[in-house]
Write a protein that binds this ligand. Structure first.
Ligand code: GUN
Length: 315
């Protein structure tokens, strides 16, 4: 029996971070230190650990990180004032507002307050719209990370049938849109499934590439996967595990142990898509610093900028 090749997100993330560290060093010689402004409101433990990892990752590649913590009781005005300060700070090229915000805050108003030029999460409606029509934009980090895993593992999306399970604003919707784009990282035929899809397996079994971002532990079982498919698991679910010091362990949305006997390539959880999200945030922040300094992005695998003449019709 053949066992799927493991797509090592940790290794791919480390490769991209090394490329970024070299780029940051070159920019510093020209007097530009890419800077990320981080906003964390409240004391959700998972958000705290994500944000701390993001700040640490910034420093590891030589970037500047402006770390801001507000109490869970912070008012809408306080959060907006902080975002405004970061909007106007020339040392800050990218702004990250960690989600979810406490329930009493108006999340969409806060995201709208971030200057689109500094919206390295790609959540501002201006960036979402630009991404959908194929104009230069900050691509959301997790979807962009998935595309990088595929590209750097030699998995061709061009002409492939990609089935995305999940329709969140952070992963499913932007991923489906990016895969549709007529460029080297996209040009796929895309099907999007969600909680309202009847007979999910009849769709997932048609996938050359199956990407799961549904937030339901181990929902994709081997019978739902075509022999030889590439399977990307975006799920990160905490399952209680008394044998662990932390009291929990992470499992994906894919039943890894059985699906790996059917797929040709598969991402593990942890160590698959997870490490890519922070990496693409760093990538977008370096990009923001370059753009704000007036430079063109000429790196390999840079997000598609102006579509080539022949591709402008989007047909
Ligand atoms: N919460 C969960 N994922 C993300 C993300 O990618 N960015 C932000 N800002 N918050 C998140």
């Amino acid at each position: 029996m053949k066992i799927a090749e493991i797509l090592d997100g940790k290794k791919i993330a480390a490769d991209i971070r090394a490329e970024l560290a070299a780029e940051v060093a070159r920019m510093k010689q020209r007097g530009i230190t890419p800077g990320l402004g981080v906003v964390l409101v409240g004391d959700d433990p998972a958000s705290h650990s994500y944000v701390t990892a993001k700040e640490q990752a910034c420093r590891e590649i030589g970037m500047y990180s402006d770390d801001n913590r507000l109490p869970a009781s912070a008012s809408q005005q306080e959060v907006l004032a902080l975002v405004e300060r970061l909007n106007n700070d020339p040392c800050v090229h990218g702004i990250l507002v960690q989600l979810p915000l406490p329930r009493h805050l108006n999340e969409s108003e806060v995201l709208l307050a971030v200057r689109p030029e500094k919206d390295v999460d790609g959540f501002h409606p201006v960036n979402v719209g630009r991404m959908v029509i194929g104009e230069p934009a900050y691509w959301p980090c997790t979807p962009h990370g998935v595309l990088q895993i595929l590209a750097r593992s030699g998995v061709k999306t061009d002409g492939a049938h990609v089935v995305v399970v999940g329709r969140s604003n952070i992963v499913g919707k932007p991923l489906a849109n990016l895969l549709l784009q007529k460029n080297a990282l996209g040009n796929a035929t895309v099907t999007v499934c969600h909680t309202g899809t009847r007979d999910l397996g009849s769709f997932t079994r048609q996938a050359d590439i199956l990407i799961v971002a549904a937030g339901r532990p181990r929902m994709i079982t081997a019978d739902m996967v075509r022999e030889g498919a590439v399977v990307i698991d975006v799920g990160v679910n905490r399952m209680s595990d008394a044998s662990r010091k932390s009291g929990f362990r992470l499992v994906g949305d894919v039943d890894f142990d059985t699906v790996r006997l059917k797929a040709s390539k598969i991402t593990p959880v942890p160590g698959g898509v997870g490490p890519m999200t922070i990496t693409m945030l760093l990538y977008n922040t370096v990009e923001a610093a370059r753009r704000l300094a007036g430079a063109k992005d000429e790196r390999p695998n840079a997000p598609a900028s102006k579509p080539a003449e022949a591709e402008k019709t989007n047909t």
